[in-house]
Design a protein around this ligand. Structure first.
Ligand code: NAD
Length: 463
C-alpha cells in the first residue's frame, strides 16, 4: 500500500462506485452503441496512434496497424456482432428432482473493474480488455504502463471522447499510484504484465476477495521437428521473434531443434537476416527498439552473461545504447546455468538448444514453469500429439507463431506462472461477468414439499 494519498484517484474511484448501478443497467443496445463509438474514434485517430507508438519505441506503421489497431477493431466488431447472443440468459435442462422448474444462467456484470496494462502493446492491451469489460456492463479504471507516455495520451483522448469518467477513465501512474489504486475494493481486476507484479496484484485482490484475471508471460518454446523445412522455420522464427523487437508475451523465447539440424538452422538464419535486412539491420525501418535503458541493459547483460559462460554467438551481440538498439542475436551451446535460459528474454535474442529425442524435448519444457504458448513446427503427427499431451502450456500452435491470439473463437490465457483465467472474445465476456444461476421452482413438484419437517415415513421412503 502506498504511503501517499491521491485525491484525484479517490474522486474517480468514488464516482465509478456511485455510478455502478447505472452502468450495470445499460441495455445491450447502449453498450453496442458505445463500442461502435469507440471504433469510430480509433479510426479517426489512426495516424496519431501510429505516430505515438513510433515515438514510444520506434514501432513501425505496419506493426502498429497489424498488432495494435487491427486486433482492437476486430474485437470490437466481434462483440458488436455477438453481444446480444452472448449476453442472453441460457436455459439449462432439469433432472427429475427439479421437474417443472425453470433453470437458467444469467450473465451479471461484475461491477467496478480495474484494468492494468503493460507497455509492450500499450494500445492493444489497454483496449482489448476494456471491450469485454464494457460489453459485460462494468465500469473501468485503466492504468496503462508509465513507459508509453505518447500512446497513453492518445488513449486518454479517445476514451474521453467516448465515455464519461464515471464509466471509463484512464489514470496515469507509476508504481506508487498503481499500489494506491490496488488498495481499493474492485469487483474484478484484470492485469496484464509480468509474473512478479502479477503476484502483487493477486495479493491486493485477495484483501477484498476481488476476482482476478492475470495475463502474464514466460518462456514459450519453439520446437522444430526434424521433418520441417528449415527455410520456412527460419523465416517464421525471424518474424515471430523480431516483431515488436522480441517484446511480445507470446514470442518464441528459445528454439529447441534436433542436434543434426542446428548448424543448418544457424547458417540459414544468417543468410536470411543478411538478405532481409542487409549488413546492418539497425538501418531497417521495420525493427522497433527496446522500450527503455533498463530493458536494453537487462537484455544486453543476458547475452553477455551467456557468452562469458561459454555460449557461442555466430550472429549479433552488437549494441547502440543511444538508439536502444540490440542487433538480433543467436546463441548456441548455451550453458544450463546461463541467466538467459532462466528468465523471460523479452528482446531480439534466439538461444538455440538441441535435442536428440522427443523425451528430451518434453523433459526440457517440463523442467520450467508452464509457458504462455508452445510452438511446434512439424508435420509429424506423433511428435505433435506426444508434445501436446505431455506438456502443459497456455496454448499450442502448430506450424505458425503468435497468430492464435487473433482467433475469434479460442480463449487466450496462460496457467499458473503464465496466467490465470482467459480473455478475448466470448471468454473475455464471461471473464467480466458473473454466471449467476437463477432457479424458479415449480410449486407443484417442489423438492422441499416432500423433504420437510417433520420427517415422516413417506420422506424416509423416498430418500
Ligand atoms: P510489468 O509487470 O512490469 O508492468 C505491468 C503493469 O504493472 C504496468 O502498468 C506497471 O505500471 C504496473 N506495475 C509495475 N510494477 C508494479 C508494482 N510493483 N506494483 C503495482 N503495479 C506495478 O510488465 P511490463 O514490463 O509492462 O510488461 C512485460 C511483461 O508483461 C512480460 O512478462 C510479458 O510477458 C507480459 N505480458 C503478458 C501479456 C499477456 O497477454 N499474457 C501481454 C503482454 C505482456
Amino acid at each position: 500500500m502506498s504511503d501517499k494519498n491521491y485525491p484525484y484517484i479517490d474522486l474517480i474511484y468514488n464516482q465509478q462506485v456511485e455510478n455502478k448501478c447505472v452502468v450495470q443497467n445499460l441495455t445491450i443496445k447502449q453498450r453496442i452503441a458505445l463500442l461502435k463509438k469507440l471504433e469510430k474514434e480509433i479510426i479517426a485517430h489512426r495516424e496519431e496512434i501510429v505516430e505515438a507508438l513510433g515515438k514510444d519505441f520506434r514501432k513501425s506503421k505496419v506493426e502498429t496497424e497489424s498488432t495494435e489497431i487491427y486486433p482492437v477493431l476486430s474485437e470490437i466488431r466481434l462483440f458488436c456482432k455477438n453481444l446480444s447472443e452472448w449476453s442472453k440468459s441460457k436455459s439449462v435442462s432439469n433432472n427429475l428432482v427439479f421437474f417443472g422448474s425453470k433453470a437458467e444462467i444469467v450473465n451479471e456484470p461484475k461491477g467496478n473493474c480495474l484494468i492494468i496494462s503493460p507497455w509492450n502493446y500499450p494500445f492493444q492491451l489497454a483496449l482489448m480488455h476494456l471491450i469485454p469489460c464494457i460489453a459485460a456492463g462494468n465500469t473501468a479504471i485503466i492504468k496503462p504502463s508509465e513507459f508509453t507516455a505518447h500512446t497513453n495520451s492518445v488513449l486518454n483522448k479517445i476514451l474521453g471522447n467516448v465515455f464519461d469518467s464515471n464509466h471509463v477513465q484512464l489514470i496515469y501512474g507509476e508504481v506508487e499510484e498503481t499500489k494506491y489504486i490496488l488498495s481499493k475494493k474492485f469487483d474484478h481486476i484484470h492485469f496484464t504484465g509480468s509474473p512478479n507484479v502479477g503476484k502483487i496484484v493477486m495479493e491486493a485482490g485477495a484483501k477484498h476477495l476481488s476476482s482476478v484475471t492475470l495475463e502474464l508471460g514466460g518462456k514459450s518454446p519453439l520446437i522444430i521437428g526434424e521433418d520441417f523445412d528449415l527455410k520456412k522455420a527460419v523465416s517464421k522464427a525471424i518474424w515471430g521473434k523480431l516483431i515488436n523487437n522480441g517484446q511480445t508475451c507470446i514470442a518464441p523465447d528459445y528454439i529447441l531443434i534436433h542436434e543434426d539440424k542446428a548448424q543448418e538452422f544457424v547458417d540459414e538464419f544468417i543468410k536470411q537476416m543478411d538478405k532481409t535486412f542487409g549488413s546492418d539491420p539497425k538501418n531497417s525501418e521495420d525493427l522497433a527498439r527496446m522500450i527503455n535503458t533498463r530493458n536494453f541493459n537487462r537484455v544486453k547483460d543476458l547475452i553477455q552473461n551467456a557468452i562469458e559462460l561459454g555460449a557461442n554467438c555466430p550472429y549479433g551481440n552488437e549494441y547502440d545504447g543511444y538508439e536502444l538498439y540490440i542487433k538480433p542475436t543467436i546463441l548456441t551451446n548455451v550453458p544450463k546455468d546461463a541467466e538467459i535460459l532462466k528468465e523471460e528474454i523479452f528482446g531480439p535474442v534466439f538461444p538455440i538448444i538441441t535435442y536428440n529425442s522427443v523425451e528430451n524435448v518434453i523433459n526440457y519444457v517440463n523442467s520450467d514453469e508452464k509457458p504462455l504458448a508452445l510452438y511446434i513446427f512439424s508435420n509429424n503427427k506423433e511428435l505433435i500429439e506426444n508434445v501436446t499431451n505431455h506438456t502443459s502450456s497456455g496454448a499450442v500452435l502448430v506450424n505458425d507463431l503468435l497468430i492464435h491470439i487473433l482467433h475469434p473463437n479460442l480463449p487466450f490465457g496462460g496457467l499458473n506462472h503464465s496466467g490465470i483465467g482467459s480473455s478475448t472474445g466470448y471468454f473475455g465476456f464471461l471473464d467480466f461477468s458473473h454466471q449467476k444461476p437463477v432457479l424458479k421452482v415449480n410449486q407443484m413438484f417442489s423438492l422441499t414439499k416432500f423433504l420437510n419437517y417433520p420427517y415422516n415415513s413417506f420422506t424416509k421412503k423416498i430418500i
